[in-house]
Every structure is written in C-alpha cells, then in structure tokens.
Ligand binder design. Structure first.
Ligand SMILES: CC(C)(COP(=O)(O)OP(=O)(O)OC[C@H]1O[C@@H](n2cnc3c(N)ncnc32)[C@H](O)[C@@H]1OP(=O)(O)O)[C@@H](O)C(=O)NCCC(=O)NCCS
Length: 341
C-alpha cells in the first residue's frame, strides 16, 4: 500500500520581543573594579555600557518578560503556545528548567518545553529547532526564548572578560501557516569541540566526600580572545555562504545581516571578509554589551521598534561562540507588530 506523504506545514515568524534589566554599568564604573579605561574598551569593542541584573533577579524573570513582549508583538495569548524552547547557558536552576517557569508564567497550560544550552549560538539553534517541530506538524505555535545572565558568571577582577558581557533576554514566536512556505528559508548549524577550550564556563560542583575531591575547577568565564576572534571571522562568513547557496541567493539579496552582537571589531572583520557594507549590519550592542544567546533577538526587536527592520525584508541571522558553535539562518521577515509603542 502506498501512502501520500503529508504536506509540510509552513512556518511564519509572527512576534519578536526582548527585556533588559534596568541597572546599567558604564566603562567609567568598571575603571573602579579593574585596570581598564573607556578608550581601551571602546576602541577594541565599541561597548560603552552593559545592563546587569541585581538582587534576586533570575534568568527566568528576564525570559518571562521577553516572552510576554514577543506574545504581545504577535498579538496572541500564552495559552496558544504549545512548545516553549528556552536557550540559556546561565540558568539559575538546572531544574526546574527555565522553559517550565516560562510555560507557567505565560499560562501555556498544554505546552511541551525544553532548555537548550548553546551559549551565544542558542537563538539560531532554537529558531531552527522550532521550525522542525512546526514543519512536521507536531506543534502549531512555538515560543523561542533566549536569556543569559553573564554578570554572575564573570570574574569581576578579570579585565579580559568582565568588560565584554551584559545580561538580557529576547524571544520570538513562530506559528504554522497553510501556505507551505517557511520564513526560515535555509540554515546551517555547526559545533566544533576541538576548539572548546578557547571559551569556557565551569561549575563548582563537588564529589562525594568519601572519594578524592575534584580540583582545578574555575567557575568563571575564561576566554582566549584572540582565538575566539579568529574562529568567528574564519567560520561565520563560510557558514553564511553555505546558507546563501542552499537558498540559491547571494548576499546582495539580503537586506540586513544580524550577527551575534559580540563587539564592533569582530563584526567589522566579518563584514570586511564578506565584502558586506557596514550599512547592512544591524548593530545594537553599544549600551548592552555581549548578551550571549539573547543578543540577536534583542537587536532584532530594537531594529523592528525603531523601523530599521521592516516586513518584507530578508535577514541573515548568525550566532557564534562557546562550544565552539556557530549557526546561520536566512529569514524572510513578515512580522506585523501588534504592540502599541
Ligand atoms: C577581547 C578582545 C577585544 C581583545 O582585543 P585584542 O585586540 O586581542 O587585544 P590587544 O592585543 O589589543 O590587547 C591585549 C592587551 O590588552 C590587555 N587588556 C585586556 N583587557 C583589557 C581591558 N579591559 N582594559 C585594558 N587592557 C586590557 C591585555 O592584558 C593585553 O595586555 P598585554 O599586551 O600587556 O598582555 C578581542 O580579542 C576580541 O574581540 N575577541 C573576541 C572576544 C569575544 O567577542 N568573545 C565572545 C564571543 S561569543
């Protein structure tokens, strides 16, 4: 007996949102913590301020606020969401998972959920994962939330890292459509553990006291900045080309490239390598720092709110970072913003 294959569902990106904690730390304030200065930080990174959590704020708090913003943008209620994917590498608790806390807070009473830990590449992985579940007909409405709090994972006496990061969350709603067309046109997902040692974040977990203790643990972000720089500039342009080739388009057909917002030098070097005019880059990190998994949706949301990104445009999204991991997705942007600004 032959069966007719079921037509794949189309996928629409219908909402974008973000949330940043209110406390802002300037470069001048960092001068009171480490031997650094505004000129060094701005010339190497372009970062002037970064947002950080205070008190008992959690990754889930940021994620929930961003999720609600994205739902409002899509004009839907939380109870319509049937899958919650949270991408974070800095969850306050391993369990309950952050996805469960978001699910409860938005009232997604019949949703499934899981957390993905992919550091700064998490949002693009989350988006492509959501796409699979919608295309195969399993879920209709998927919420992808990316949130990270690096201010609690940073050694504030290490000037190599503490000036770079900030905290924040971004979110995106994806929904099934009947056209069979996907707003995520093509993608490329990669991971390479052979270079994992260049960017690490450990833990302070300890063995059973009846056996030898664990040693040499470092609970903070440690980075070989030059190697990470070389990796990103070497790998991301190639991944963008792979994705363009899959979609049979060129960079000229792309309106904006939204790179993970790590810093200005790294983004400029990538743009130069690709022959991409800087005007085609979305740049939104000056006052946020590197917000890890959240940086792409935060940049997207800001650019949607101020009109730089508009419906009908074609965007290339590129995450890269610890793992090492990197991921690229070509996206047709059709979001109609239902929020009142
Ligand atoms: C981190 C980074 C900005 C450093 O820039 P760089 O051009 O490699 O640094 P330079 O070689 O110009 O300077 C290094 C020197 O500055 C010093 N330095 C490092 N951080 C400093 C700071 N915050 N303030 C002042 N000096 C600093 C170093 O100690 C070193 O001093 P030394 O030469 O006496 O040893 C750059 O390597 C980078 O962007 N890497 C990628 C980082 C990143 O984005 N990671 C996250 C990806 S998800």
């Amino acid at each position: 007996m032959t069966t007719t294959p079921k037509a794949r569902c189309g996928v629409s990106i219908t909402g974008i949102g973000s949330f940043l904690p209110p406390s802002s730390i300037s470069n001048a304030q960092l001068e009171t913590l480490v031997d650094t200065n505004d000129e060094w930080i701005v010339s190497r990174t372009g970062i002037k301020n970064r947002r950080v959590v205070s008190g008992n704020d959690t990754v889930a708090d940021l994620a929930i606020a961003a999720a609600k913003d994205a739902l409002a943008c899509a004009g839907i209620e939380g109870k319509q969401v049937d899958l919650v994917i949270v991408t974070t590498s800095t969850a306050d608790t391993i369990y309950p998972m952050v996805c469960a806390l978001v699910q409860e807070a938005i009232g997604a009473t019949s949703a499934a959920g899981f957390d993905l830990a992919l550091a700064c590449t998490g949002f693009v992985y989350g988006l492509v994962t959501a796409q699979q579940f919608i295309e195969n007909g399993r879920y209709q409405t998927v919420l992808v939330v990316s949130a990270d709090i690096h201010s609690r994972e940073t050694d504030w006496s290490d000037r190599n890292t503490c000036v770079l990061f900030g905290d924040g969350a971004g979110a995106c709603v994806l929904q099934a459509n009947t056209t069979g067309q996907s707003d995520i046109v093509a993608s490329d997902l990669r991971v390479d553990g052979s270079r994992g040692q260049f960017l690490t974040l450990g833990t302070l977990t300890q063995n059973c006291p009846l056996v030898a203790p664990r040693t040499n643990q470092n609970p903070y972000v440690q980075m070989n900045g030059r190697e990470v720089f070389k990796f990103a500039v070497g790998s991301v342009p190639k991944s963008i080309q792979v994705t363009l080739d899959k979609a049979s388009v060129t960079l000229d057909d792309v309106d904006f490239v939204v790179l993970h917002q790590a810093n200005s030098r790294i983004m400029q070097a990538m743009a130069e390598k690709m022959g991409l005019p800087e005007a085609k880059l979305i740049i939104r990190f000056e006052n946020y720092g590197n917000t890890s998994a959240a940086s792409i949706p935060i940049a997207l949301n800001d650019a949607v709110k101020d009109g730089q990104i508009q419906a009908g445009q074609r965007l290339m999204l590129c995450g890269y970072g610890a793992g090492l991991a990197w991921a690229t997705a070509l996206v047709n942007w059709h979001v109609v913003d239902h929020r009142s600004h």
